[in-house]
Ligand binder design. Structure first.
Ligand SMILES: NC(=O)c1ccc[n+]([C@@H]2O[C@H](COP(=O)([O-])OP(=O)(O)OC[C@H]3O[C@@H](n4cnc5c(N)ncnc54)[C@H](OP(=O)(O)O)[C@@H]3O)[C@@H](O)[C@H]2O)c1
Length: 199
């Protein structure tokens, strides 16, 4: 699958590397495709990765991961242009009380937006395996086929995808996870994770 990552930092760099290692074709959309940072990332990522501008990456990807800081979301989506038919994974978080989900749905022109990976620290995305099982990736979106594609991409890197339903259900999950995260992080740091057991 052709996957673009707009953002090449903790989230974009980690997920891009993992998908490329599985044989997906990855393009990092970045402000400077020729920077030393991007050269190092491409060296680490291997033959299945390349870098381009944000517009080039948006045109390249069948699936596009949006992995920039909240203040850059509006600008990069404007630069990406029309995303008709593309699956846009929104892993961005805002910390000012506004909804990153609502913002991206409003700004992403014609994309099939799927909310995913935002409940997991990048350290867990780098390695989601625990002795007791796999870390859960909570996913939501209005387009079942797009959600299924993202669930598959999550499962391929070792996560346990759980489709929580629509955006209202996800807002509740985000609030609950934020509370649990805040309570347990002082004890377990960034390497712990939550798993949904079900039958
Ligand atoms: N870190 C986590 O564990 C974590 C977990 C869940 C959710 N998130 C969310 O994921 C998003 C990305 O977080 P991160 O930790 O990956 O951030 P990061 O490491 O700072 O990376 C952000 C990337 O955005 C790009 N960028 C920065 N300024 C930009 C600009 N003005 N225009 C275009 N691109 C710009 C940069 O790529 P270039 O320099 O190549 O342009 C950079 O690599 C955030 O919304 C965060 O809330 C993070």
């Amino acid at each position: 699958m052709k996957i673009a990552s707009i953002g090449s930092g903790n989230m974009g760099g980690t997920l891009g590397r993992r998908w490329a290692a599985l044989g997906h074709h990855v393009m990092f959309g970045t402000r400077d495709p020729h920077s030393e940072k991007i050269k190092r990332l491409l060296q680490d990522t291997g033959a299945h990765a390349q870098a381009g501008t944000i517009k080039e990456a948006a045109a390249f990807g069948e699936v596009i991961l949006l992995a920039v800081l909240p203040d850059d979301v509006e600008r990069v989506l404007a630069e990406a242009g029309d995303l008709e038919g593309k699956i846009l994974i929104n892993c961005t978080n805002r910390y000012d009380g506004a909804s990153a989900d609502a913002e991206v749905r409003r700004l992403a022109r014609n994309a099939r937006v799927v909310r995913a990976f935002h409940t997991l620290p990048w350290e867990v995305l780098a390695n989601p395996h625990y002795e007791g099982g796999r870390a859960t990736a909570f996913i939501s979106g209005d387009d079942p086929a797009a959600v299924a594609v993202v669930a598959q991409l999550a499962a391929e890197i070792g996560l346990d995808p759980v489709d929580v339903g629509g955006q209202d259900a996800m807002a509740k999950v985000e609030m609950a996870i934020g509370t649990i995260w805040g309570a347990l992080a002082p004890k377990f740091g960034r390497e712990y994770s939550l798993s949904v057991l079900r039958r």
